[in-house]
Write a protein that binds this ligand. Structure first.
Ligand code: ADP
Ligand code: MG
Length: 309
């Protein structure tokens, strides 16, 4: 059995990339120097076996997803990823599992030049936590609380594909499962898009718990409401087929794990936006979320996933 320290050395201590990192793995703390004119954006996400992922799921994909969900939070604020810490609670030391997990984790980390700068390693029920640190120019971070009346609501990518992937994992028979399963197992954080929205978007959030719930956070914190246009929602052929098949219209608005960005932008600034996006609604005075489906406007009240309810 390998020790805690040789485990860290063997699987998690890699050549570092960023100049801002003045001290990496091995001391009690890592040291990062923050360049002048920048703020450090900090986020943490935990994934627990049987809550966030299935037991026996592919460790390579798990390593990717754990980092991806944290980079997605940095993306939603427009921050450039810099470094992460990794806290691992493991039931046992399984070297094959650790190898594959680290491969998935570092493959994504290298794509975004992110350094792993520290962490903790303990034994217990499988629980994985990443804290991520990113840089954003002073005062420029995209927030949830700053949507403006008349803003156009936009999203990147398509909605509900990861939700469909989860349904497929739970036994739903889908004719074309590959893309949906990939969206569920290996989400892509919208890191470049988030940075491209700086000084264009008024508010932004990443969609981790379903569009309705996450847009709901923007609406509450900005003290506004919204009306979405059902026909404008970007839905893949597979999700449209699922809706046809099941009548489950709410799924693309309530299912989690999309990791696309939802942002609001003034009609004038929208002209300058170069990233691919769909315009799905408008910010209004009347509180709450409404959906316009074929000219009929209905209130939409669904919450995202909550752990203690
Ligand atoms: P301490 O007991 O002082 O908290 P540890 O003995 O837990 O320190 O960790 C030793 C070093 O290894 C620290 O620099 C820590 O950040 C790093 N480390 C521990 N676990 C991990 C991990 N899973 N991934 C990356 N670095 C880790
Ligand atoms: Mg420790």
């Amino acid at each position: 059995m390998i020790s805690e320290f040789s485990l860290i050395d063997r699987f998690f201590k890699r050549q570092t990339i960023n100049k801002a990192l003045t001290l990496g793995i091995g001391d009690d703390c890592a040291l990062l120097s923050i360049p002048k004119g920048y703020e450090l954006a900090i986020t943490t996400d935990t994934m627990v076996e049987n809550v966030h992922f299935f037991a026996e799921c592919d460790p390579y994909l798990l390593g990717h997803k754990l980092l991806a969900v944290n980079l997605s939070d940095l993306a939603s604020m427009g921050a450039k990823p810099l470094a992460v810490t990794l806290a691992l609670t493991l039931p046992k030391v399984d070297e094959n599992w650790l190898n594959a997990f680290a491969d998935g984790f570092f493959a994504l980390a290298e794509r975004y030049s992110v350094d792993l700068i520290g962490g903790d390693t303990t034994s217990g029920p499988l629980t994985l936590t990443v804290s991520a640190f990113g840089l954003v120019a002073n005062g420029q971070a995209l927030r949830r609380s700053t949507a403006q009346l008349g803003d156009i609501i936009c999203v990147t990518g398509t909605l509900g594909d990861a939700g469909l992937g989860l349904k497929i994992n739970q036994g739903y028979a889908c004719k074309q499962p590959t893309a949906a399963l990939k969206r569920f197992n290996q989400p892509e954080p919208q890191v470049e898009f988030g940075q491209a929205l700086i000084s264009i978007a008024n508010a932004c959030i990443d969609i981790s718990d379903g569009l309705a719930g996450d847009l709901g956070h923007i609406l509450e914190q900005s003290n506004v409401g919204a009306c979405l246009d059902w026909d404008a929602l970007p839905l893949s052929p597979e999700v449209l087929a699922y809706i046809q098949d099941t009548g489950d219209l709410a799924m693309p608005l309530t299912a989690g794990d999309d990791y696309e960005l939802c942002f609001t932008v003034s009609p004038e600034k929208l002209q300058t936006l170069t990233i691919p996006h769909a315009k799905i609604g408008v910010i209004e005075t009347l509180p709450g979320l409404r959906i316009n489906k074929s000219g009929e406007i209905q209130p939409f009240k669904v919450k995202g996933y909550e752990h203690f309810s």
